[in-house]
Design a protein around this ligand. Sequence first.
Ligand code: GLN
Ligand code: ZN
Length: 768
Amino acid sequence: MKTNLLGYPRIGAKRELKKALEKYWKGEITATELHQVGQAIRKENWLMHKEAGIDLIPSNDFSLYDQVLDATMAYGNIPTRYSEIKRSKSDLDLYFAMARGLQKDNYDVTALEMTKWFDTNYHYLVPEFSKDQSFELYSTKAVDEFKEALSLGVLTKPVLISPVTYLYLGKEKEDGFHRMDLLDSLTPIFFELLEQLISAGAKYIQLDEPCLALDLDDRERNAIKKLYLNIAQKFPQLNVILTNYFDCYGDNLETVLQLPVYALHLDLVRCPLQLNDILESELYTGQQILSLGVVDGRNIWKNNFDKALTLIDKAKKHVAHDKIWIAGSCSFLHTPYDLDLEEDEENLPTKIKQWMAFSKQKLRELASLSQLASDLPSEKAAVALINNRRQFIEKQNSSLIHHSLTKQRVQSLTEIDMKRKNSFGIRQEKQKQELNLPLFPTTTIGSFPQTKAVRAWRGKLKRNAITQEEYDEFIRKETENTIRFQEHIGLDVLVHGEFERNDMVEYFGEKLKGFVFSSNGWVQSYGSRCVKPPIIYGDIHRDELMTVKWTTFAQSLTKKPVKGMLTGPVTILQWSFVRDDQPRSTTCKQIALAIRDEVADLEKAGIKIIQIDEPAIREGLPLRREQWSFYLDWAVDCFRLASCGVEDRTQIHTHMCYSEFNDIIQNISDMDADVITIETSRSEMELLDAFVQFKYPNEIGPGVYDIHSSRVPNEEEMEYLLQKATKLLPIENLWVNPDCGLKTREWPETESALINLVKVAKKMRAKS
Ligand code: GLN
Ligand code: ZN
């Protein structure tokens, strides 16, 4: 059985591409040097894939920034604001101008919008379409890279984003047309590209069509039918691999089974049941190859061979063996490079490491599975199976994973644990008395500038260049200065500044039991930006206080209330690699209980306001609507579990950013936080509409200061936004705050902006 690899990480085992990109942008290396780094990464990947015995090796899965932007270049879909750059600068500069904007010399253009790639933490650049849109074959990167691999002796399978998914992922920039209508003008350009690939020697094409994992309408389904019929007619000799991932084909299955394609890829990690649906369908003739995506491209756990083989065996009963491929569930772009680079026993003990597989290890898993699925597996493969079984049994029984008290607590949860003692109306009265805040109370979202100095101190502590005491002393000083600053400018509810935190999830992961951390487990988030998600391997529990020390220290410095700052359970879950041996909801409840304990300890220590950030609630939404309510129910339950253990007088805040609320406002309201702060300034308060229409009853702080740029908002702008908000919501429910934390800002701009913000609140108070 052949092995099929959908795509591979491209940032470099040691983030070589990231470093080269950043140097190129700073003008420290030339375009040629940058391309050399890319070439070296591609070469290393291809040769590694070949050596690992992968049969269908991808090309064009590499990208200097983003694969959707690559398609935009290929199809010459360059928005007019870049025309001048296109004329006078290199294609590489054009490419990066679209990726990052260009503000230099006489140029001042914004970048393409960026948004999340399906339900991953990868972000792509959104194609823009206009009514009289035309396309041209502008970049032949896919062909060049195919040839490049061939010259190394590797016959690859070029990976292309299908024109339909490409159009689907974009946005109309004017009214009067639907972007799917552009398929007819895009198809000929796409065909030119196919022609060039075929004449270069390509036998297979992987056509990525992940929009099939979403709810499609007839227009989109018809576009798909049309495209694939056209391809089959025009290129009968080409083997097209229709590739969907991240969820089932679902409603689209009927359409898909009638397409004249050579192979059909299934993500069996996300949707194991669809294999049955296909095998039992009358529409499936057994002619199409089934590429069985059994090795998880979205997580870092070892493949359970028995489980995968069960699926493969099922297919073997229905179809000829040569019609079955063994594949990764999706591109390995979403998994780190190589587990062998992890040598830090303290952060990632061998005992846990042995349960894991990064991309390089997953290649071997594909090869082993293909061996094991054959009639005469090699001895090596047989040994691998025995080891794999043993490891899974060991893991199941490992005392590292199981914490019985946590399990018991989750099991005995009831409705009462997820409910405040009294309704919001009653709580609001009590909180008013307790806190005695003015109208339009001012606050910030938590973090204050994480300056170079702050990061340098943390670095020194990590390298043991300073003692814990020295570090703590430094954090104490920063915190004290920040409290003094906030008092000085007259903010009403203060924060300690989060100087002790590297990252809002990592910080909690490091304190909680059940987490481990990799040293090199980087995953591309966008462009040169990578994240290193914590790894949840076992039952989560808290056996030390996490935030009480710094919060109470800050509170001891001032008479004003200091807000305790916690990251919510859903966000911690969402931004980690999560264990796959129990439902995500169970893991989330375990985290929620740990946060709940911290909330209780903060309250006990005299903290009157506690904020539980949940910026990632929305991004956890399943791809298909029908699964939304299931997810939202447990996600909201988890927030309530974390937050509802307090007295009426204790005020619970939550914070969310980069989110739209229209279709989840009921759930946001069900979270029942006393105060929610949200990002609204960039949308001119448009994001408030959902709250207004819903008549959201609790208090709200719509952000009036866009913290994403260094620009200092003046009083008039903030007053304008706030005025707008007072027309929409009861003024006694309004807070005044920035959009998000101030971690990425510098002090001077932060100071000026917050001084203005307080002035505006005071002005509004005086007027009311
Ligand atoms: N409290 C966090 C901070 O201020 C919130 C960050 C976020 O919402 N992304 O940094
Ligand atoms: Zn935020």
